[in-house]
Ligand binder design. Structure first.
Ligand SMILES: Cc1cc2nc3c(=O)[nH]c(=O)nc-3n(C[C@H](O)[C@H](O)[C@H](O)COP(=O)(O)O)c2cc1C
Length: 506
């Protein structure tokens, strides 16, 4: 008994000394923070309110996290609200995504599209599926693209290896194309066997020579791959028009160096535009050159700021012949996504797709080129209503980046630029990548595509047409500032083809 009570009192002594030691350490730590805060000059809050001022930063960081779960309403968050994300999650996971009780969507904000249901909707047995659309009729190898929605450009580098592999496999299952983004073509893009659109960025990664110029031999070699269907010259993207970038040497691993055609371990600079394309003639010449070398449809991607240059381009095309036209134009919205971009460009430069899509369609129509140049639209078109609006406005195809990221499980943590993406999609941290199961996510990608096609089919049939590609401007109305809606074909009446191009319209 005495031995037992000795042990107990020794343990109590030890625990109380430990407690005093820990409290002492804690007090010392607070004193250290206090001295550090009052003696620094960079941060006024910490200097004026030592130690306690630090909570402001802790809470604002935590707030970003908690708002998503507890405070933001379903239709409130940006860039995508919870209702939109949930729709993609449920669609991807094959969960029932019907809703109960009634819509939670506010239908009054200016710009809200409303579709015009027909008193006699298309009977299910009369509905058909949309047929494939031919791109690049004058190429040696035109491309017949079936899927209305496709995967927009995201580089291997911005995306992790398992994310690229899952998208590649998913695109194959879904029958849509996958755009490589500007970081070049990797084996991971090809792995699933899907159709590939290779993007040629300003640094010409993957198809460049040692001086950063286009290397025709590399281009030809890549174009020979049967999976390679089209080439997209990136002029600009919505989130950062006019911005290049530096890929720090630390990120230029042996694999990245080999894929992109740059030196391992050395910083690599993407110019803020193609140095060899400085006017319309050079753009059309570059398009023609890539198409001649590859034999495959070639177009370009832009975010639109003004329309004058597009008219000049159409004039130029009519001069040199419709064969010299780009086979497609991808119009990105100013609110498009990115791995990383400066806020002034992300927030304030370029026009939204809502405005630019009808604008570009009308210009091409006026110059008699509407059928010659296919239009791919991108920018937050991740639900059937967004995609159906784009079809009504005249898009031939829709491309989405973040919609497909959500289908992979992205939770909009907004950490794409930090290498700490919690879902393993935009991080190269192997531990975080573990959560991304390639086979499961590939099926989710396919489910997402299927549900988009199903959803736009529902809208089309409700509007009284047989399939989504029959949707046109008179099927959609846009809510105005007085709360009333106006039909798209009234807002943007079908333009007349210019007299001088009537005989030569395509
Ligand atoms: C992680 C990430 C990487 C991207 N990388 C590229 C790229 O390499 N090239 C490009 O043209 N656009 C890139 N984008 C932009 C997308 O291709 C797309 O144009 C834009 O995000 C709009 O589509 P969304 O609203 O469906 O995301 C990227 C976007 C994201 C989110």
């Amino acid at each position: 008994m005495p031995i037992f009570s000795d042990l107990t009192s020794q343990s109590l002594d030890f625990l109380s000394s430990l407690f005093i030691f820990v409290v002492g350490l804690f007090v010392l730590f607070i004193i250290f923070l206090f001295i550090a805060d009052i003696s620094q000059t960079k941060d006024a809050i910490r200097r004026n309110y030592p130690v306690i001022g630090r909570f402001r930063y802790i809470f604002s960081t935590l707030g970003e996290f908690f708002r998503q779960y507890f405070f933001a309403m379903d239709r409130e968050e940006m860039p995508f609200n919870r209702a939109e994300r949930e729709w993609v999650y449920k669609s991807s996971q094959g969960i029932d995504n019907t809703m109960a009780f009634g819509s939670t969507k506010n239908l009054t904000p200016v710009g809200t599209p409303l579709f015009i249901n027909c008193p006699f909707p298309t009977l299910d047995e009369h509905a058909t599926s949309s047929s494939a659309v031919l791109i690049g009729p004058y190429c040696r190898q035109p491309y017949e693209a079936q899927s209305i929605i496709n995967i927009s450009g995201m580089s291997y580098g911005a995306l992790s290896k398992p994310a690229v592999r899952a998208l590649s496999k998913g695109a194959k299952l879904a029958g849509c194309w996958m755009n490589t983004g500007e970081g070049g073509l990797s084996a991971h893009h090809l792995e699933g066997g899907c159709d590939i659109v290779m993007q040629i960025g300003t640094a010409k990664y993957g198809v460049r020579n040692a001086r950063g110029k286009l290397d025709d031999n590399k281009l030809r070699e890549i174009a020979n791959l049967p999976q390679l269907k089209m080439f997209e010259i990136k002029m600009s993207q919505g989130a950062k028009p006019g911005k290049g970038g530096i890929l720090p040497g630390s990120k230029v691993t042996q694999e990245i160096a080999q894929i992109r055609g740059i030196e391992m371990g050395k910083d690599s600079i993407s110019p803020n535009r193609h140095p060899d394309i400085s006017d319309m003639k050079e753009l059309l010449h570059f398009v023609q050159h890539v198409r001649d070398v590859t034999g495959k449809p070639t177009g370009f991607k832009v975010v639109i700021g003004s329309d004058g240059w597009l008219k000049d381009m159409c004039e130029e095309i009519q001069q040199c012949g419709v064969e010299c036209a780009p086979d497609f134009i991808t119009i990105d919205s100013c609110d498009g996504g990115t791995g990383a971009a400066p806020m002034p460009l992300m927030d304030d430069v370029g026009l939204p797709i809502k405005e630019t899509l009808p604008m570009v369609v009308d210009i091409l129509t006026r110059y008699g080129l509407r059928q010659r140049i296919r239009i791919v639209a991108s920018g937050k078109l991740i639900t059937p209503s967004g995609v159906a609006w784009a079809l009504c406005s005249g898009a031939d195809f829709i491309a989405s980046a973040r919609g497909f990221m959500f289908s992979l499980g992205c939770i909009q943590a907004l950490k794409c630029n930090k290498n700490t993406c919690p879902t393993g999609i935009t991080t190269h941290n192997k531990k975080l990548q573990k959560g991304l199961n390639i086979e499961d996510k590939a099926v989710q990608v396919k489910n997402f595509v299927d549900k988009i096609h199903y959803g736009i089919g529902l809208i089309a049939h409700s509007c009284g047409v047989k399939h989504p590609r029959e949707l046109s401007r008179h099927h959609c109305r846009i809510v105005q500032s007085d709360g009333k809606s106006i039909a798209l074909d009234v807002l943007y009446p079908e333009p007349e083809i210019l007299e001088r191009y009537k005989a030569n319209s395509h």
